[in-house]
Design a protein around this ligand. Structure first.
Ligand code: MG
Length: 373
């Protein structure tokens, strides 16, 4: 089998794009075509126009080529070889961020092809499933007011999620207000559900972070996510050792080496790689194995449409120490309408897709309606 083409399709529900922390307002879909009529699909959580350029760009010279030109003609089953080829030739674009995100999309689409070619779900190719379903927590943006926090808890928790994560919004800039919002969330949730808080890298001062985490302990916060920019790995370790709640990160990390550093240096209690950013399933499975050996559980970052969710579920199936799934609470056109068989939550549980490949069928009507590139 040979790869014949790679498409990067930008989808944007334009009238909904605002400057809030909502990654479901637009997206980029990767389609890898083969000469046997099997197409692989994947979604990338990144800067869509940048990812498309990295894939589509015409060659400048031998050492500077777009990812599409690099992999056309390759056999999808040579997935590791293809990954290394893309990485090697990413010298000019930069072996980081959007390049690794674009590589991740291609890599995940290739895993989809391999699964479809052998008629098995991708989790079979990744080593086998430890679970067929997983409890979910609902992941939403932190609103501005206590009343809205309570309303959102009441609205979402009817589905009996394992818990709720509030993130982004204005968190991280006002100690009193943050404590008020977190207290309101705990009161609305009751004592038995998990409460997670995502600071989205807003804390600049270590002492402010420590003071906040100590205050959050009173409200039984299960984890604080991304307290600092991920470059501040030493502050992660210091904070983790000083508080009685879990510290998490991983969505901004790419390449195995960064995850290894975070594990080796004791930066986090739980790792959150995003399969569309970390280098794809080819890297995610290595992170999984290294983290498992170190006793660090993985809860993958997942805040896009059902297409990324499908690939993420394949990965979650293979986690020997899985905890739960991040289920994106943004009820937008793309988050809910991009694939034909949406992955739904029933009484807090989500079933892992068992169809060949990643188990998702793109709804091309939605894609074509909102396609902008
Ligand atoms: Mg986050």
């Amino acid at each position: 089998m040979k790869i014949t083409d790679v498409e990067a399709i930008i989808v944007r529900a334009a009238d909904q794009v605002t400057l809030i922390g909502d990654g479901t307002q637009d997206t980029v879909i990767i389609v890898v075509h083969t000469d046997e009529g099997i197409d692989g699909v994947a979604e990338v959580d990144s800067a869509p126009y940048v990812v498309k350029s990295i894939i589509d760009m015409p060659a400048s010279h031998m050492a500077c080529q777009g990812l599409k030109d690099l992999i056309v003609g390759e056999d999808p089953f040579d997935v590791e070889k293809i990954w290394n080829k893309m990485y090697e030739f990413a010298y000019y674009h930069g072996r980081a961020a959007a390049v690794i995100h674009a590589m991740s999309g291609i890599d995940n689409a290739i895993w989809d092809i391999m699964g479809k070619a052998v008629g098995k779900p991708v989790h079979k190719l990744l080593g086998g499933a430890y679970q067929t379903e997983i409890p979910a927590y609902i992941s939403i943006l932190m609103p501005d007011t206590v009343d809205e926090v309570k309303r959102l808890v009441d609205y979402h928790m009817k589905e009996n999620y394992l818990g709720i994560k509030f993130g982004w919004g204005g968190l991280g800039n006002n100690f009193e207000k943050d404590c008020e919002l977190v207290r309101a969330a705990r009161e609305a949730l009751g004592p038995d559900k998990k409460l997670m808080i995502d600071i989205a890298m807003e804390w600049k001062d270590y002492k402010v972070a420590l003071k906040n985490c100590k205050a959050f302990e009173e409200y039984d916060v299960f984890w604080v996510e991304e307290p600092f920019r991920v470059e501040r790995d030493k502050d992660f370790t210091k904070l983790r050792n000083a508080v009685n709640l879990n510290i998490t990160a991983g969505e901004e990390l790419f390449h195995f080496d960064e995850f290894k550093k975070y594990i080796d240096n004791g930066c986090v209690d739980i790792l959150q790689p995003d399969i569309s950013r970390c280098g794809g399933l080819t890297v995610a499975r290595k992170v999984r194995d290294y983290a498992y050996n170190a006793g660090i559980p993985i809860v993958p970052h997942n805040f896009k449409s059902g297409l990324l969710l499908s690939g993420t579920m394949q990965f979650i199936a293979t986690l020997p120490n899985a905890l739960f799934l991040e289920y994106c609470g943004q009820e937008t056109t793309l988050s809910r309408g991009l694939i034909k068989e949406p992955i739904e939550v029933h009484n807090g549980m989500v079933t892992i897709p068992d169809r060949p490949g990643i188990g998702a069928t793109i709804d091309w009507e939605t894609v074509n309606k909102y396609r902008v590139g």
